[in-house]
Ligand binder design. Structure first.
Ligand SMILES: Cc1ncc(COP(=O)(O)O)c(C=O)c1O
Ligand SMILES: N[C@@H](CCCC[NH3+])C(=O)O
Length: 454
């Protein structure tokens, strides 16, 4: 693994005690994080304080080795399956390259994500296009680039897509089934239960109807079924349930239409730990349970086991990211202590959206001060702009201190907004003692140049 154009920084030797043992539990920090001299933490061999000073704050640090290791763990967990990284978690051109090199596919849900992948020459046949409301541009771009799979999410999309297919080769598609399974870490990130906007309902027959319609379109080739249950699903059991329901549906489709569909895509949603002790099964644990259930369900229905696809996003990216902020103000009110930092809900909307919890650590300064419950808030004009409610931080925390938030690799930068024109933070990749900018900081000039002044 080499880092082109990377900046060589202080080399931190791996210390005998790795960070996870001393700190917050095994999976909150990247596996290679170590304690560095002076109370600092090093990720990818680079001290975090040095990164904060060099690139300014807030800044997102991404550990390339951790991303690659997690991508490989998924491939090992399901060696006969396609592992497709869900780009919505975080995408940049370097990430496209990493996924390509690690043999993964890409799950994209817009023409924008598609174009970014294409700009790196990512093999189009390994791309899956999703979307409950795909725009004409999404479909046009997907067909032009020749993506491997388009996942049909509504009845109207079938004829709309088929009408655009040109040339003798049909477009390979899957039908997204709404399986009626409730799973996921928060009600706003559950997508598999009845009454959701995603997919075609299994319960009311829409899924079967959609399959019949796709089969009637010569421009489309149905290769399988898809479902995605939700996100932060901390047990393999909902996936096993989904396998049972979808294999039963595959068997019914065989009996009704005489077809044997060769693929089954179970989506993503595999949980990570944000707090020490959060349940986060290893890819191998999900993989084993899914594989066992597939064999059992297929045997029951006398159905040849379809090729599996999984679409992990957070599971690959979240634990590889650390957000760094600088404290701007410390104050008390109503018996609470607040530390206000130079970022907030514009770079991490997850606490405001889902009540998400995080671990926070001061880096680069040690003291004997006792710890106390401190609420880390952002700089935005909202009472709900809280990054971490009631975390333990030293009593002598003061403006200028740097705070590190692990677990920040997924759904922070990709969901960042331009609120208050504070500028979205840069993303810096670290590996082998070097750092390089993947995304630069958004500047006032970026905002101004969009404003055409009429
Ligand atoms: C269709 C689909 N696949 C995969 C994912 C990735 O989910 P996660 O990042 O939780 O693995 C999502 C987002 O939840 C999704 O909507
Ligand atoms: N954005 C959500 C997950 C949604 C996944 C996309 N379907 C989160 O941060 O937890």
């Amino acid at each position: 693994m080499t880092m082109n154009r990377g900046v060589r920084m202080t080399v931190v030797p791996t210390l005998p005690t790795s960070l996870p043992e001393q700190l917050a539990g095994p999976s909150v920090w990247p596996a290679g994080a170590v304690l560095a001299p002076g109370g600092d933490v090093a990720v990818g061999g680079v001290p975090l304080l040095e990164l904060a000073e060099r690139y300014g704050t807030p800044v997102y640090v991404l550990d390339e080795a951790e991303v690659r290791a997690r991508a490989r763990a998924w491939r090992r967990a399901l060696p006969d399956a396609d592992v497709v990284y869900a780009a919505k978690a975080f995408l940049s051109r370097a990430v496209v390259d990493w996924m390509e090199q690690e043999g993964l596919g890409l799950d994209v849900c817009s023409a924008g994500e598609l174009e970014l992948a294409a700009s790196r020459g990512f093999p189009a046949e390994r791309i899956v296009l999703h979307g409950n409301a795909k725009s004409p541009q999404d479909l046009r771009t997907a067909l032009r680039l020749g993506v491997g799979r388009i996942v049909i999410d509504s009845e109207g999309e079938i004829a709309r897509l088929a009408a655009q297919v040109q040339g003798p080769e049909p477009q390979q598609v899957m039908v997204r089934v709404l399986p009626g399974i409730e799973a996921g870490g928060h009600r706003k990130i559950r997508t598999g239960g009845e009454g959701q906007k995603f997919g075609l309902s299994l319960a009311n027959g829409d899924a079967e109807e959609a399959v019949a319609r796709v089969l009637g379109q010569p421009g489309l080739e149905l290769v399988g079924l898809h479902c995605h249950l939700g996100s932060q699903i901390a047990s393999p059991e909902p996936y096993a349930r989904a396998v049972r329901r979808l294999v039963a549906l595959l068997a019914r489709l065989r009996d009704r239409h005489g077809i044997t569909l060769p693929e089954l895509d179970l989506g993503g949603g595999f949980a990570v730990a944000y707090l020490p002790g959060d349940p986060a099964p290893a890819p191998a644990a999900y993989g084993r349970r899914i594989q066992d259930e597939l064999i059992r369900s297929c045997a029951e229905s006398d159905y040849p086991a379809p090729r599996l696809t999984v679409e992990p996003g957070r599971s690959i990216m979240a634990p590889a990211g650390v957000a760094l902020y600088r404290v701007l103000a410390v104050k008390r009110s109503g018996g609470r202590v607040f530390a206000a930092v130079d970022g907030g809900m514009s770079d991490n909307p997850r606490p405001a959206l889902y009540g998400a919890r995080y671990t926070v650590r001061r880096v680069g300064r040690v003291s004997a001060a006792p710890m106390r419950a401190t609420t880390v808030v952002g700089r935005h004009c909202e009472a709900g702009d809280v990054l971490a409610e009631s975390v333990e931080l030293p009593e002598d925390l003061r403006p200028g201190d740097v705070l590190a938030v692990p677990g920040a690799g997924a759904y922070h930068v990709s969901m960042a907004s331009g609120y208050n024109m504070t500028g979205r933070p840069p993303v810096v990749a670290v590996a082998e003692g070097r750092s390089r900018v993947l995304l630069r900081r958004e500047t006032f000039e970026d905002h101004r140049s969009r404003d055409i002044g009429l």
